[in-house]
Write a protein that binds this ligand. Structure first.
Ligand code: HPA
Length: 237
């Protein structure tokens, strides 16, 4: 048991998939895992452990944003021995050349957050994915014919920026090659690096902030299922 997870030692696998939404954790467990057991109900942050093609794997919901995600990621790493963490979630594209439903593999995560500023004495840290996971995910996505982009994402603390200040806040990031905004990856990569664990964020473009294109609820569900299958193939096949 840790502060926010009620699983007993050994009940969570070293490989953990990390969706934000608890019901999506349940969806993965029910649709893809064999013999799945719920290992966490604290705060309704549902988590399940089962097997996929013979490999033990867990799925733990993280909530939204770095402060929430970092709590679960820290406890999984520090108290449950997690070694491979794969976030699966959505992102908002900040360049016109990305389409909704495209996959984005986050090679690196810039951030506007102050969360790790003290850690690095005010300097910035280049939060990066584990190359082997990234390479494996890119190879499989390409083989499966999925439109996939590899690049930097912006991990932001703000989903709803103050539009009376600036309406195109993403321009400096986009002009430096950043593909999309989301809210968790920088924490995942930083905390995984601190514990010498491996990590990757697999994202689907749910909306495009430049063109205004948006996915339907049905498209988001299909995209989520595809990402879960890709994540499971990366870690278990
Ligand atoms: N901002 C942050 N996170 C997101 C967005 C966004 O526009 N879209 C999907 N996740």
């Amino acid at each position: 048991m840790s502060v926010h997870l009620e699983a007993r030692p050994g009940e969570i696998a070293p490989i953990v998939l990390l969706p934000g939404d608890p019901l999506r954790a349940q969806f993965i467990a029910e649709k893809f895992l064999e013999d799945a057991v719920c290992h966490n109900r604290v705060r309704n942050a549902l988590g399940f452990t089962g097997t996929y093609k013979g490999t033990r794997v867990s799925v733990q919901s993280t909530g939204m944003g770095m402060p929430s995600a970092a709590i679960y990621i820290h406890e999984l790493l520090a108290q449950y021995g997690a070694r491979v963490l794969i976030r699966i979630g959505t992102c908002g594209a900040i360049r016109a050349d990305l389409r909704t439903r495209d996959l984005v593999l986050a090679q690196a995560a810039a951030t506007d957050s102050a969360m790790f500023r003290a850690t690095f004495n005010g300097a910035t840290y280049a939060a990066t994915a584990s190359f082997d996971l990234l390479q494996q995910a890119h190879g499989l996505a390409t083989e499966w014919g999925k439109p996939v982009r590899v690049g930097t994402v912006l991990t932001s603390d703000t989903f709803y920026p103050d539009e009376s200040v600036v309406t195109t806040w993403w321009n400096p990031w986009a002009e430096h090659g950043v593909l999309a905004a989301e809210m968790e990856t920088a924490a995942l990569y930083t905390l995984a690096a601190r514990r010498s664990a491996r990590a990757l964020s697999i994202l689907t473009v749910s909306d495009n902030l430049v063109t205004g294109e948006q996915t339907t609820a049905e498209e988001r569900q299909t995209g989520f299922s595809d990402m879960a299958q890709l994540a499971l193939a990366v870690v278990c096949e």
